[in-house]
Design a protein around this ligand. Structure first.
Ligand SMILES: *Cc1c(COP(=O)(O)O)cnc(C)c1O
Length: 389
């Protein structure tokens, strides 16, 4: 079956749910057993069957099955947020005395977790140049247990050579964890590129409507899945049934939504790069982007999220641009059906490399509106940049 067909059928079993097309919301904490023998038997195979709400329900199993199938992994674990998926996976595979390598372009809350909580547990993090490729081998130590990649970075959009990094990591016995939120389960197939644990902020494109928090950890094989599942179950994480339901429903339209997000974003990126106010557009699907060749080799598409750099202007002018926008909301997050715009300068934190593109960096999430209306909105914003109306 091709991808779009799988997306429609993944994790669905109407006959198990009185014929309902969608796996319903099971609200469960307690499970009643017909006998003590049944109760004792039910706990024997770890995390199989309904034992207690925290360990999973038919609603979470259904969406987990669908996400794992689309990413090409063994099995997924639903988590209460994307960040919980990242921190749960990192803490599952690391212990005191271990060393971790993290891309310098990483999502800031991931960095904060490494620098505060992991460091407090005696786990050392070294940040590396996102463009390091096979050169990662020079940073590997005997105690390096994991390499974290995020491609592209969600503010600066560098594409990483994930297969080359994975090869070097595996040669030294380290696991590869990837934040695959930008690629989504459709446009980047992590396990075919050497990733061991793929992490999704399903809050973004999988839910797709800016109305629920959800994350997934997908594991390459059964042993890794069981290790991580046991760890996050011990932490007490469980994703809400309503959120799992919304994630599963969102997944059904992921392909058609992404097609439009992708098309609109490329139109706007192409328009922006011709504007005199714009120094550079950060979008790996544009042929002149430094990451384009790798993106073309490894990705099956792009989404609605990209950045651009303005020619050097004061912060007040950048704020005026953003404040003038009517269709682009000024809001963090992305992946909903609606357009968003944020300033990035204060949010880009680097320690291994420098981000000095020559002007202010802005990020757009291009939604499903008509692109002509979005262009007119940006045009007004750019006029405000120079004090115009
Ligand atoms: C939003 C985001 C996350 C975190 O997801 P939440 O569901 O908000 O916790 C992680 N990584 C990236 C790249 C994100 O954009």
């Amino acid at each position: 079956m091709r991808s779009d067909t799988r997306l429609v059928h993944a994790g669905r079993n109407p006959q198990a749910h009185a014929g309902a097309v969608n796996p319903p919301v099971y609200r469960v904490s307690t499970v009643i057993h017909p006998s003590v023998a049944h109760m004792e038997e039910s706990g024997k195979t770890p995390y199989e069957g309904l034992v207690y709400g925290r360990y999973g329900t038919p609603t979470s199993w259904a969406v987990e099955e669908a996400v794992a199938e689309m990413e090409g992994g063994f099995r997924a674990i639903a988590m209460p947020s994307g960040l919980a998926a990242i921190t749960g996976a990192l803490s599952a595979v690391l212990k005191a005395g271990d060393h971790l390598l993290v891309t310098d372009s990483v999502y800031f809350p991931t960095r904060r977790y490494c620098d505060t909580i992991l460091s407090g547990l005696g786990i050392e993090t070294t940040y590396y140049d996102p463009l390091i490729s096979a050169g990662i081998a020079t940073l590997m130590k005997p105690n390096t247990k994991a390499v974290f990649v995020e491609s592209p970075g969600s503010l600066t959009f560098e594409i990483q050579d994930v297969p080359a990094i994975a090869e070097a990591a595996h040669a030294m016995g380290a696991l590869v964890l990837m934040d695959n939120t930008w690629g989504t389960p459709l446009f980047f197939k992590p396990f075919a590129k050497g990733v061991d644990l793929s992490l999704q902020a399903a809050t973004k494109y999988i839910v797709g409507h800016a109305d629920a928090m959800l994350g997934f950890i997908t594991a390459k094989d059964e042993a890794l899945w069981l290790r991580v599942k046991t760890h996050v179950a011990s932490l007490g994480h469980s994703a809400g049934s309503e959120e799992c339901y919304l994630g599963h429903r969102g997944l059904r339209t992921l392909s058609v939504r992404l097609e439009r997000h992708q098309e609109n974003a490329i139109l706007l990126a192409t328009w922006l790069k011709r504007r005199p106010e714009v120094l550079r557009v950060l979008h790996p699907a544009l042929p002149e982007d430094p990451g384009h060749a790798l993106w073309k080799r490894d990705f099956l598409g792009s989404c609605g999220l990209f950045g651009f750099v303005l020619r050097d202007v004061p912060k007040a002018a950048v704020d005026a641009l953003l404040d003038r926008l009517e269709l682009f909301g000024r809001g963090y997050s992305w992946g909903g059906y609606e357009s968003l715009a944020i300033p990035c300068d204060s949010g880009i934190k680097r320690t291994a490399t420098r981000w000095a593109p020559g002007g202010s960096t802005l990020r757009l999430h291009v939604g499903l509106e008509d692109p002509d209306d979005l262009i007119r909105d940006l045009e007004k914003g750019l006029r405000a940049l120079t004090g115009g109306v």
